[in-house]
Design a protein around this ligand. Sequence first.
Ligand code: CP
Length: 343
Amino acid sequence: MTSPQNSSASSRFPKGRRAFPHRDLIGISSLERHEILFLLAEAERYVGFNRQAAKRSDELAGLTIINAFFENSTRTLLSFEIAGKRLGADVVNMYAAQSSVKKGETLIDTAVTLNAMKADAIVIRHGSSGAVGLIASKVDCPVLNAGDGQHEHPTQALLDALALRHKLRERGSDTEDFTGLTVTICGDILHSRVARSNILSLQALGASVRLCAPPALMPAGIERMGAETFHDFDTALQGADVVMMLRLQNERMDGQYIPSPREYRHLYGLTPERLALAKPDAIVMHPGPMNRGVEIESAVVDMDDRAIITSQVEMGVAIRMACLDVLTRRSRGVPGWSDGEWV
Ligand code: CP
């Protein structure tokens, strides 16, 4: 079995600049462009590793990672669990629905409890924006945000960037970033932490971002993040290089935001005919879970040369391995760290 190769990514950092100074990964908003590129480069090591039949290393042997999920998840929870196990860590999952949260325990008391168990990293998904940052302030180990309310989902944006870059390279590009690309993100922008993290990440990597949603699902003032906003999907698609579709987050809606699913599909559903308005080879992305026949048609999902939705899932494991590795290096005393400097 081949081990993940040693990274040369540290050479990407300008001399004397701090390599990865963050203890936690709460949001893309706290990352600089070179730090995003660093995490992508680290994740590249694991892509080939994960494609081997035997894929187990001992990089995190002896470490305990707790995945504390206060909201449902398939992709994020399983990929963090797989990532930790492939790196040799002991991984424990806490599902809030089966925990003492149901008996009235507060978020802070839960955080203090997890901390007392001496976890080496805690991965948290929570329904409230800011909850993960709050927990990070109460514990001693690295905290990774697996999605908090409508705030951020940083590892999703990182895996999206990795999957997109892989597709571009498969097509012959040697690009490191997304300079010159136009990415249209369409769907329930109002409730989407994926949209927020992607706006920040894609722009940091040079892309222009267009947002498209019905008026009720477009957050007021979102243009201040530097994205162009549209309500007409056909216009937002014109000449786009990448189309990222988002589902309607009905679980976060307390009223009627759209006239009907049927009308939403008519106005905002991605069909092959509508995709033809984008660039001829435009790439289609979706973070999942998908609602086929609502925001995206199966005929689009099944376009193997265009849709990279399965690749996004694959890259999620590599990104989460990289994030767990990088954030635990300090506690593992990995050579290369010295007072937060890469030497
Ligand atoms: N994209 C994403 O976060 O999916 P899950 O909710 O299944 O984790």
